[in-house]
Design a protein around this ligand. Structure first.
Ligand code: GLN
Length: 548
């Protein structure tokens, strides 16, 4: 099982979920890359879904799409943003994928008549995938987040894969445990016991953590650090204080305050290529706290109400993309979540959009709130409020324009109304076949596709080039039969597929509207902290001009 001295850092969670394992993994990637190392960051999701594409975003957060078209967990988005690098399909793994490969191999007699068993065969498949990802990425270090919490039945196999890798190559494998230290209100003291117990449980799998990241509302004090060191058997220097922070982009900087990159490099026996270079990152992170004039953006969506809570996880890449552009323009961002369902019930209430500097309709599926979104788009268009539509937001802007400007009454997308007199958004024939076979998983138009931009348009001005590549995730498209009529009515298709068949960007000329633009693709998947997305920047710029 030669690892060729490639290094692997496993990140596991103790005590409870949702305390920042993904951001820890991303931040470890950031600080090690700031020392000149090349890395790949990996996410393991222990559920049986083959990819994240079939999961409900309200419950599981955004589906993040890679260039390759693989539909992954939102953590992969954070990894790409922190690392400022595209990740490959090998960098994501679910139990569904792992078991599928093993079962397919068995069906092809790939195990030569042997019993096929969870240990070793499934575990070996995991190890093989980890090694393949390392090889494909050409990196020196892989940082691998194992989803779930220690004690979950379904992630044991992955921890065991790490254990076996360490057994074979003790000098090449590290375990970082991200734990949580509660400060119960009634006691007012930070408690270490749950972390001690989590470490014991990890020990029971044969794994000793090398580093503990101590998440809490407060910073870890010397007394508790000592206590953890003694009871968890971890050097006190390797216990990193990770209090809550205002912005996730401060986390790598906090880690470096405790010299985490030095600790990891030393434990892995790696020599850094350079002194830490987080200068540009530090400047970027400080802009998150020091914005100038406020810009108010209203996001009209549907995936954020769960019981009594409002969750914005379904749109995380959109929010981050808006942030990067706002920070770059020196603005202070204010985002408000506007529920399309309530606009649908009370259409008059869309007039509240006049209080915003920009309106955005993000990606979405299905019928819920659709008329509310269309009403919002109409209001933004008529009142010249900057409007940015992403995927569904572009399709519905086309529907709105068709109905209210091009005179195509009753126009719709066939996703919602199969019998509309004017199917301006329709499904392509190849997709119809897939739907008939109920082949829903991984069958949309997915991943990076090229797009040609038209001279003299907002899109072309923003990108400053003629051809671009952006990531997609949709089944429906602008119906080619309606393009001419929509263009005659004033809608400009400023981005098209190279063969001219697919409409990728729709916009209105500046003379008509300060910024009315929609993309069939998802530009948010390509926005990065230090290189904000040009279309988001153009949108925020237009919004701040309205604010001024
Ligand atoms: N529901 C639309 C489609 O499938 C849009 C999808 C999206 O917004 N990602 O084409």
């Amino acid at each position: 099982m030669g690892l060729n001295s490639h290094k692997y850092i496993f990140v596991v969670g103790g005590v409870m979920s949702g305390v920042g394992k993904g951001i820890t993994t991303a931040s470890i990637g950031k600080i090690l890359s700031a020392r000149g190392l090349t890395l790949n960051l990996m996410k393991i999701d222990p559920y049986l879904n083959v990819d994240a594409g079939t999961m409900n975003p309200t419950e599981h957060g955004e589906v993040f799409v890679l260039d390759s078209g693989l539909e992954t967990d939102q953590d992969m988005g954070n990894y790409e943003r922190f690392l400022e690098r595209d990740l490959g399909p090998e960098d994501y793994m679910t139990s569904g994928m792992v078991y599928r490969s093993v079962i397919e191999r068995e069906r092809n007699l790939g195990y030569g008549g042997k019993f096929v068993e969870t240990i070793p065969h499934v575990r070996d498949e995991i190890v093989a995938r980890l090694k393949l990802a390392a090889e494909k990425s050409g990196s020196t270090v892989s940082v691998i987040e194992i989803g779930g919490t220690i004690g979950d039945f379904q992630n044991e196999l992955y921890i065991d894969a790490g254990r076996v890798m360490r057994l074979m190559h003790p000098e090449d494998v590290l375990f970082v445990m991200v734990s949580y230290l509660p400060v119960p209100g009634t006691i007012g003291e930070m408690k270490t016991k749950p972390t001690q117990n989590a470490v014991r449980q990890l020990n029971s799998y044969g794994v000793q953590p090398d580093v503990i990241v101590a998440r809490s509302t407060h910073a870890l004090d010397a007394k508790r650090k000592e206590k953890l060191a003694i009871w968890c058997n971890v050097e006190s220097d390797s216990i990193i204080s990770a209090p809550d922070v205002g912005s996730i982009y401060d986390v790598p900087l906090n880690f470096e305050r405790d010299k985490l990159s030095d600790i990891l490099l030393q434990k892995l026996g790696l020599t850094p290529v350079q002194e830490e270079d987080l200068r540009t990152w530090r400047e970027f992170a400080s802009r998150a706290h020091n914005g100038g004039e406020e810009v108010r953006i209203g996001i009209v969506g549907k995936y954020f109400d769960t019981g009594d809570f409002v969750l914005s996880d379904a749109y995380i890449s959109v929010i981050e993309a808006i942030k990067f552009s706002s920070y770059a323009l020196g603005k202070k961002l204010h985002i408000e979540w506007l529920n399309a369902k309530s606009y649908q019930q009370n259409p008059d209430t869309v007039s509240e959009l006049a209080n915003y500097d920009g309106v955005l309709v993000p990606g979405g599926f299905g019928e819920t709130g659709v008329e509310g979104k269309i009403a919002a788009i109409k209001f933004a268009r008529e009142n010249k409020i900057p409007y940015f539509g992403l995927c569904y937001g572009m399709q519905l802007a086309t529907v709105e324009y068709a109905r209210n400007v091009a005179g195509l009454s009753g126009a719709h997308t066939t996703e919602i109304d199969a019998n509309t007199p004017h199917p301006v958004i329709a499904i392509l024939p190849e997709q119809v076949e897939k739907m008939k076979q109920k082949a829903y998983g991984g069958t949309m138009r997915l991943g990076a596709y090229p797009c040609e931009l038209q001279e003299g348009t907002i899109a072309r001005e923003a990108y400053l080039k003629d051809s671009i590549s952006e990531r997609h995730r949709h089944r429906y498209e602008v119906n080619p039969e309606y393009i001419e009529r929509l263009e005659k009515a004033g809608l400009v298709f400023s981005g098209r597929s190279p063969d001219g068949r697919l409409m990728e960007i729709a916009e209105l000329p500046r003379s008509e509207h300060p910024f009315f633009l929609g993309t069939q693709f998802h530009p948010e998947f390509r926005a990065r902290p230090l290189s904000p997305h040009p279309l988001f920047t153009a949108f925020i710029k237009a919004a701040s001009e309205r604010a001024a």
